[in-house]
Design a protein around this ligand. Structure first.
Ligand SMILES: [Zn+2]
Length: 403
């Protein structure tokens, strides 16, 4: 039995659409330069600099190599884009199926955050092969205070109604990407404090920042900013309790080293200790997955996953960079209980990324097996057992896909 024979279960990805590597790069440059730009002229300058720094960027270089090997073409961007476009003529559904077969991927969990707000499956999921995918959704829209909300009870009822409908439609997990707009220090806020925060916010004039289709409220002063945070904290703990009662995991974006939209001071998973120690969380023990392994703070997520029985780590994003997955996996294999580690790709845009990430993880697992012979013995069975958990069984168990 080799690691290649273990089917992969991709815990976290985004919509892939048969797009080229150039387009993926262009999208990233556009969004990253808009985050930092002070004005239009300056945005162009920043875009130029990003364009230059992405020329030898490890993720793009690795992906190019993978596609070049996959289709037997040269390594220039033009040749690779052409190969992707030639092979995608069969349509997205067939491309996804072909990549899944090639890399032995059994199931993909697609996160639809930022795509749709109603809790229905997104129409884009129709381009996935039948039976090959599951989906999770972003919840950030319902964590925000809104002027039309009468009181906290109404806000709770609204989110409950949305989440229940989502579960009925097949949703298997609730995600937050709050690290893009605030810190991960989620405090224990009482009902009275939340009520007070909401009534303060109803009297103050708030600004907004549009982020992935959602208006994120911005306080005009520190006082109202603090009230916004208290409201979000309260709603998030409520969401965690709902997830625990429904037995579906909570997914939290942690870390991030590509987009400047992520301020690592805020996205550091060390801030999640306030959540894990919260008595309401300890009482219900919702399963909490720290997405992207908290990279580059994977030592921190490794610690948390070992300390709290309801904490899990997902390898997505780092599986997209060979050197990153080597680092993360060797840290995790050393200290994290293997039942807690989930394979994910974080693939988006380019369909081939689904295969590239699975391929990277298998390579990283194979080289670790060699290094860890003194722990796992020269018989590979015990290491393969760990590999099977990481590649497949842990996601299936967490998402209740196993009998
Ligand atoms: Zn993601």
């Amino acid at each position: 039995m080799s690691i290649d024979d273990i089917a992969a279960f991709d815990f976290h990805s985004h919509v892939v659409e048969n797009r080229s590597i150039s387009e993926l790069k262009r999208r990233w440059i556009d969004s990253h330069s808009s985050v930092l730009a002070t004005d239009e002229k300056n945005r162009e300058k920043i875009a130029e600099l990003f364009d230059r720094q992405y020329r030898h960027q490890p993720m793009f270089e690795g992906l190019k190599q993978y596609v070049s090997d996959l289709y037997g073409v040269g390594r220039t961007v033009e040749e690779i884009d052409l190969a992707i476009s030639e092979n995608s003529k069969e349509g997205t559904k067939k491309s996804i199926r072909r990549i899944m077969e090639k890399e032995n991927i059994e199931k993909i969990v697609v996160d639809v955050s930022g795509l749709n707000h109603p809790p229905s499956p997104n129409p884009k999921l129709e381009q996935y092969p039948e039976g090959a995918f599951l989906w999770t959704m972003g919840t950030d829209l319902w964590l925000q205070p809104k002027s039309e909300i009468k009181d906290i009870e109404e806000a709770q009822e609204e989110i409950d109604r949305i989440l229940r409908e989502a579960l009925r439609n097949g949703c298997v997990g609730f995600k937050t990407w709050m690290a893009y707009y605030r810190c991960l220090d989620i405090e224990n806020v009482s009902l009275e404090e939340a009520k007070l925060a909401l009534s303060e916010l109803k009297q103050s004039e708030l600004g907004t920042k549009r982020l992935w289709g959602i208006d994120i409220p911005i306080g005009r002063d520190q006082h109202s900013q603090r009230a916004i945070k208290r409201f979000q904290d309260f709603m998030f703990i409520h969401l965690c309790e709902f997830a625990a009662d429904s037995n579906v995991p909570i997914l939290i974006h942690t870390g991030g080293v590509m987009s400047p939209a992520i301020d690592l001071r805020k996205a550091n998973p060390i801030q999640l200790y306030s959540l894990f120690y919260n008595p309401r969380i300890l009482k219900r023990l919702p399963k909490i997955v720290m997405l992207h392994a908290g990279y580059p703070f994977h030592n921190v997520t490794a610690g948390i996953a070992g300390q709290f029985p309801n904490a899990f780590v997902d390898l997505s994003f780092s599986t997209g960079v060979r050197t990153a997955i080597d680092q993360v996996l060797s840290t995790f294999i050393g200290v994290v209980p293997p039942e807690k580690i989930l394979y994910g790709s974080d693939a988006s845009t380019v369909t081939e990324r689904l295969g590239y990430c699975a391929n990277n993880l298998r390579k990283a697992l194979s080289s670790l097996r060699e290094i860890n012979k003194d722990r796992f013995g020269y018989q590979t069975d015990s290491f393969n057992e760990v590999a099977r958990m990481i590649l497949n069984e842990n996601s299936r168990d967490l998402l209740k896909q196993r009998g």
